[in-house]
Design a protein around this ligand. Structure first.
Ligand code: BDR
Ligand code: CA
Length: 313
C-alpha cells in the first residue's frame, strides 16, 4: 500500500519531537508532506525552530517547515515551559537549525496542499493547539471535505485535565479552534490523556532508547529524562507519557489502539471547565458521534514499534 500522506501540525515539545521522528523513520507507511508549527508549549518562534531542529536530527532537511499562528483564535496564548523547559526542547544539547523556514504561512500551506491533492488522500496530524487547522477551515471551508482524516492528540475524559482540573493542554489553549474542528464534519481520531498516560517511558524503555547508541537514541532518552521529572512529581508515575507519538504510531499500527466512535463537544464558555472535552463515552445523549475517541493502547507494542523505528535514524 502507498504510504499515507500527512501534514504534521505541531508545537515541539519533546513528545512532539518523538512523534515527528517516528513519522520520518517510517517511509513505508507515512509520507510527510510538510510540518506546520503553531504556538503552544512555547511561543511560535521556538516551535518553528524546534521543528527544524528535529528534522535535522533525523537527517530529513528536505521536509518543508512552515510557521503558522502565533496565538489562539480569541485568547492570549498559554504556554507550558513548566513541563517542556524554556526552549520547549530542553534535555539534549542540539545545534540550532541550518535549514530555513519555508516561505509562506502554515495555514496557506495546509489549504494549498489539500486543494492540490485528490480528495480523501491527505491526513492532518495535529499535536498542539488546533489554531492552524481551524484557521485553515475558516479561510477555506472547501478543504474540510478533502481531508482524509484528522488524527490528533488532545482532550481527556476519564483522566480529566492536566492543565486545569477539567482540561487537557492542547484543547484548553485554543478551545474555540477545537470547537471548530470537532464540529467540522471531518473524520476525527482522538488520542486523549486516557490513552497517552498509558504510553509511559519506564526506566527500562528509556534504557532501550539509549542503547540504540545513536544521535537520535541519545537525544530521545535525554528528552524523556527531562520531560519525565514533571509527570513523576505530579502523578507519581514511572516516567514521561509520550502523548504525541500515539498519533504517528496509530498511522503505522492502528491495531495498537482501541476506542469508541462517540460524540465529543468542547466547552468554550465556562470559566471552570474551559476546554473540557465532553465525551459521551457511555452514549447517554442522542448527539451524533463525531470522533473516534481512543481509550486503550497496547503500551509495550507501542514502545517496541517506537524503538524499532528510531533505530533506523
Ligand atoms: C499535550 O500538551 C503538550 O504539552 C504535549 O506536547 C502534548 O501535545 C499533552 O497535554
Ligand atoms: Ca504537542
Amino acid at each position: 500500500m502507498a504510504p499515507r500522506k500527512i501534514i504534521i501540525d505541531t508545537d515541539p515539545g519533546q513528545d512532539d519531537a518523538v512523534a515527528i521522528l517516528l513519522a520520518l523513520a517510517s517511509p513505508e507507511e507515512i509520507e510527510v508532506l510538510g510540518i506546520t508549527a503553531v504556538a503552544g508549549n512555547v511561543p511560535l518562534e521556538l516551535t518553528a525552530k524546534n521543528a527544524r531542529i528535529v528534522c535535522e536530527l533525523a537527517g530529513h532537511t528536505h521536509i518543508p517547515v512552515y510557521a503558522g499562528c502565533d496565538r489562539p483564535l480569541n485568547r492570549p496564548l498559554v504556554t507550558a515551559e513548566h513541563v517542556h523547559g524554556k526552549t520547549g526542547l530542553d534535555g539534549p544539547v542540539l545545534p540550532d537549525p541550518e535549514m530555513p523556514l519555508a516561505d509562506g504561512h502554515a495555514v496557506d500551506f495546509i489549504i494549498d496542499t489539500l486543494r492540490a491533492h485528490e480528495p480523501g488522500t491527505v491526513t492532518l496530524c495535529p499535536l498542539g493547539p488546533l489554531t492552524n487547522i481551524a484557521s485553515a477551515f475558516q479561510k477555506a471551508p472547501d478543504i474540510v471535505d478533502r481531508v482524509r482524516e484528522i488524527v490528533l492528540m488532545g482532550g481527556a475524559y476519564f483522566e480529566v485535565g492536566n492543565i486545569t482540573p477539567a482540561a487537557e493542554f492542547n484543547i484548553y489553549v485554543d478551545p474555540e479552534a477545537a470547537d471548530i474542528v470537532f464540529k467540522s464534519g471531518a473524520h476525527i481520531v482522538v488520542m486523549p490523556l486516557d490513552v497517552t498516560h498509558d504510553a509511559l517511558v519506564t526506566p527500562h524503555r528509556n534504557d532501550a532508547f539509549r542503547a540504540l547508541d545513536s544521535k537520535v537514541g541519545h537525544a530521545v532518552a535525554e528528552m524523556t529524562d527531562f520531560f519525565e521529572r514533571f509527570d513523576k512529581e505530579k502523578y507519581g508515575s514511572e516516567g514521561a507519557p509520550l502523548h504525541d507519538p500515539c498519533v504517528t504510531a496509530y498511522l503505522i499500527r492502528p491495531e495498537l489502539f482501541s476506542g469508541r466512535h462517540i460524540n465529543v463537544e468542547i466547552e468554550t464558555q465556562s470559566e471552570l471547565t474551559l476546554g473540557m472535552t465532553v465525551a459521551d463515552w457511555w452514549r447517554v445523549t442522542d448527539r451524533a458521534p463525531n470522533a473516534m475517541f481512543m481509550g486503550d493502547v497496547d503500551a509495550q507494542g507501542f514502545f517496541d514499534l517506537l524503538t524499532e523505528r528510531l533505530a533506523r535514524l
